[in-house]
Design a binder for this molecule. Structure first.
Ligand SMILES: [Ca+2]
Ligand SMILES: [Ca+2]
Length: 221
């Protein structure tokens, strides 16, 4: 194999190693809040989940208060993904959680998109995300996000290490009122094993070495 083909194949190996973790399965169910379950449409144009609303939010448990699913067809749009998103304040502050299987000692990456209820959130709208060993403060300042029909989502990510065979992710409002932080597009994915990183870094490194050799050979010629 000539070295151009070798470089291409090594880059392909490296690219595969990068692609594998990126496509790792999302351990969360309904992290995009596209599944409203059997909830009944409320007068304000979305769906509310909590003790006073007997129908469950698929994938999630409502720990306290209430939360809303907002829809693209209202002023609470557009969603970060799909056509629905979460307002962590239903008719008041809410808290929801979801547990999923993890391997003790392994690392997991949490991705989330957030905005604020442009209609009536406090400024800033505040919430927390908790995961094993982590309490993430989410602050959505007015002016940093959009307006009704133009929510201008932002995204963030953090990592946690599992300490149990079951890990729990919890989203909680720390604001009063019926408008709070919006969440959408949540995912929890396993961070690549060290072996995967070694393969990827090795692949890029070998490709780089071959390119450097090619450059030297070209200069010498
Ligand atoms: Ca969504
Ligand atoms: Ca609400």
């Amino acid at each position: 194999m000539n070295f151009k083909a070798a470089v291409i194949s090594l880059v392909a190996v490296a690219a595969l190693a990068v692609a594998a973790p990126a496509s790792a399965a999302n351990l969360l169910i309904n992290g995009d809040f596209e599944d409203k379950g059997a909830a009944v449409l409320q007068g304000w144009g979305g769906y509310t989940y909590g003790a006073a609303y007997s129908l469950p939010l698929p994938g999630w448990m409502v720990n306290s208060g209430s939360v809303d699913i907002v829809r693209n067809v209202t002023q609470w749009s557009p969603s970060y993904d799909g056509s629905q998103a979460l307002d962590i304040n239903g008719f008041g502050p809410g808290s929801i959680s979801q547990s999923f299987a993890t391997t003790v000692g392994n690392f997991y990456s949490v991705f989330y998109a957030y905005s604020r209820n442009a209609a009536n959130a406090q400024n800033p709208a505040l919430a927390t995300i908790t995961a094993p060993g982590q309490v993430i403060q989410v602050s959505a300042l007015k002016g940093s996000f959009g307006s009704p029909n133009n929510l201008l989502w932002q995204t963030s990510t953090f990592t946690f290490q599992a300490t149990n065979a079951l890990s729990t992710l919890t989203l909680s409002s720390t604001d009063n009122g019926s408008g709070g932080v919006f969440f959408d597009g949540l995912s929890v994915t396993a961070v690549p094993e060290p072996a995967t990183w070694a393969l990827m870094i090795g692949g890029f490194g070998m490709a780089g070495a071959l390119l450097r050799r090619q450059r030297r050979m070209t200069l010498a010629a």
